[in-house]
Design a protein around this ligand. Structure first.
Ligand SMILES: Nc1ncnc2c1ncn2[C@@H]1O[C@H](COP(=O)(O)OP(=O)(O)OP(=O)(O)O)[C@@H](O)[C@H]1O
Ligand SMILES: [Mg+2]
Length: 353
């Protein structure tokens, strides 16, 4: 009678398991996999309960530069989906679109037609960042400083501007929700860079303390990375001592090819500590989402791409908290769902998808 019903025996009885049955049995799901966590969250939501998986807040605003001068490696996709995942889980996030293509602004569905106040006005005319920021239409914790096509001229216009490399740094520092202790402080500022190492990317490198480098798991992945790292070194020496490459994310991973596995292994060998365990699989849903003005996190939250970005965001958030604030977070929320060690204890998730 009290014998615990296994998933197999339940499906033998009826073929279908109800949410209630699954919720009752949820303790038996292995919480260490992203799919299990997603199921658990859906069950909690159906029961009208808030998922207990809020991510830990960093003790300061983490300004992260999403950069790689190689085109099409997943910078924008990573900035947009990491931002959405962090915001969906209770963190306050600002995305600064620093690419004249405006892809992040499109994916995040904010106005960015020519004439809209944008990152161009911040950089070139010194308009306060707070004046250009727009709220995301769906996610209440997410904000966007859009990019318009005007930004294409900024590389040249900035050349004659005083302190041209530190315009963005000053603008971010002057934003009232950056740092400081208030509840509504931004936890993350993610800067989406264009595919070049010009003045726009330089402004981002001077503005941020951390870099998030997406690397596409393909043959030429590491080509050009040397140049990027040299630039980082130059910036660190002359312009921004704080800058570190804290996070590397392998994107568009195709587990069916030996090539992808080989490239991923090489990246992990080079950057052992910085590479997130989670890698992002190549997935059609990820590439479709922007055409609906959405991140994959809202477009298809249960898809492998969305689950991977959630897992990557979780890893990034957990790595970012000092042990002190992690302990504070646990004390506040209880450690049952969000122990900081969950993702650190299982191996490369992306590799198996
Ligand atoms: N995991 C993925 N699966 C499938 N397609 C993806 C994935 N990630 C990104 N893409 C697609 O690859 C293309 C390039 O991605 P994205 O625009 O994010 O790269 P980028 O580095 O920002 O490019 P750019 O250098 O032009 O700014 C886009 O069409 C995007 O939808
Ligand atoms: Mg881009």
């Amino acid at each position: 009678m009290h014998q615990v019903e296994t998933a197999a025996s339940a499906s033998r009885h009826s073929g279908v398991r109800t949410a209630a049955e699954m919720a009752r049995d949820s303790a038996r799901y292995d919480e260490s996999t992203p799919m299990a966590r997603a199921i658990e969250q859906q069950l909690l939501l159906r029961q009208g309960r808030r998922p207990g998986s809020a991510l830990p807040r960093p003790d300061h605003t983490r300004v992260m530069v999403v950069a790689n001068q190689k085109g099409g490696v997943g910078k924008t996709t990573t900035a947009v989906n990491m931002a959405a995942a962090l915001a969906q889980h209770g963190l306050r996030v600002l995305v600064i679109d620093l690419d004249p293509q405006g892809n992040a602004s499109t994916a995040l569905a904010v106005d960015h037609h020519r004439g809209t106040l944008s990152s161009y006005d911040v950089l070139v005319d010194g308009v306060p960042l707070v004046d250009v920021v727009q709220p995301h239409p769906d996610l209440p914790n997410l904000f966007v400083a859009p990019a318009t096509i005007d930004l294409a001229g900024a590389e040249i216009e900035l050349v004659s501007v005083v302190a041209r490399e530190s315009r963005l740094r000053r603008a971010i520092a002057a934003h009232p929700l950056v740092d400081g202790g208030g509840e509504d402080r931004f936890d993350y500022v993610l800067i989406d860079c264009p595919p070049s190492l010009g003045l726009l990317t330089l402004n981002a490198l001077v503005a941020g303390a951390e870099m998030l480098i997406p690397i596409q798991a393909e043959y030429y992945a590491l080509e050009g990375l040397g140049q990027l790292l040299e630039t980082v070194e130059m910036v660190r020496t002359h312009l921004n001592q704080e800058l570190t490459v804290s996070t590397i994310l392998i994107t568009m991973f195709d587990s069916r090819t030996n090539l992808a596995a080989g490239v991923a292994a090489e990246v992990r060998q080079h950057f052992a500590d910085q590479v997130l365990r989670t890698s992002i699989p190549r997935s059609v849903r990820v590439s479709e989402a922007p055409s609906y003005g959405q991140s994959v996190m809202t477009y298809d939250p249960g898809s492998p791409g969305a689950l991977s970005y959630l897992e990557a965001a979780r890893e990034m958030a957990q790595r970012g908290v000092s042990s002190q604030s992690a302990a504070q977070h646990d004390a506040h929320h209880g450690a049952q769902h969000d122990a900081p060690t969950t993702s650190a204890t299982h191996s490369d998730l992306g590799g198996s998808r």
